[in-house]
Design a protein around this ligand. Sequence first.
Ligand code: GLU
Length: 289
Amino acid sequence: MGPVMPPVVTRFAPSPTGLLHLGSAYSAMVARNRAREAGGRFLLRIEDTDIRRCRREYETAILEDLKWLGLDWDGAVRRQSDHFSDYGRALGRLDALGLVYPCFCSRAEIEREIAASASAPHGPDGPLYPGTCRHLAPAERKRRIAAGREHCVRLDSERSAAVAGPFEFIDERRGRIEGQPLLMGDFVLARKDTPTSYHLSVTVDDHLQGVTLVTRGEDILPSTHVHVLLQRLLGYATPLYAHHGLITDPTGRRLAKRDKDLTIRSLRESGLSPEEVRRRILAAAGGQA
Ligand code: GLU
């Protein structure tokens, strides 16, 4: 008997900060098609940990629009805000490994520190956190926490890189990619206003949901480096990745969430059928399936 291949499990993981638009509907189509072609499972996850920006009305609307488009998913929807304890457990494991620290800096303090330093390291989203609170003595950390000072929790990326050792991951289109554990610096694992972060919850959920193939836009490729780093630290398997191109308008301009006319809702209300909208999404994707 040959090796037993695990079944393909994909997911679509929208954040309910607005209506479903052409770009994210394309991501959903890719994930669903990849699962259906392989006789696998297509899961739906609502990434609503950013409680200030996410709204239940948008969640309901996204689910409705996906159904209208014929993009049916398997099993129950996983809503991240119902699972904070899962992220808390993962954070506790990283803490037990000595890889996290509380950070009390305000945004303004971070900006001042960066402006004052001659060569602040940059990541894909701009300057990286300069590491100010990494150097606080344990007693001082305790004192500030006891005093009720607001803080987020960050990963000590250098220590984590040393613990994880060299790693790589596979992107279907790009092949083997060498992991860059320091790409995002000491990124946030739990925010001041919510007990997790995008990077932590996406890593925990892809593991808990048994996702084997992560399909998503190539704008998220830089984040994959730190997701794989977290997988190594937490002892999770690394899925296969397929980062797809972003869809553009006929002039080649990337579609943005703010292009209100490109929501599935507006196309639907203009009288187009689900088939026509699906065709339009694929056309905007330039034939990438
Ligand atoms: N929630 C993310 C977004 O809406 C997607 C993250 C992912 O697919 O890993 O951009």
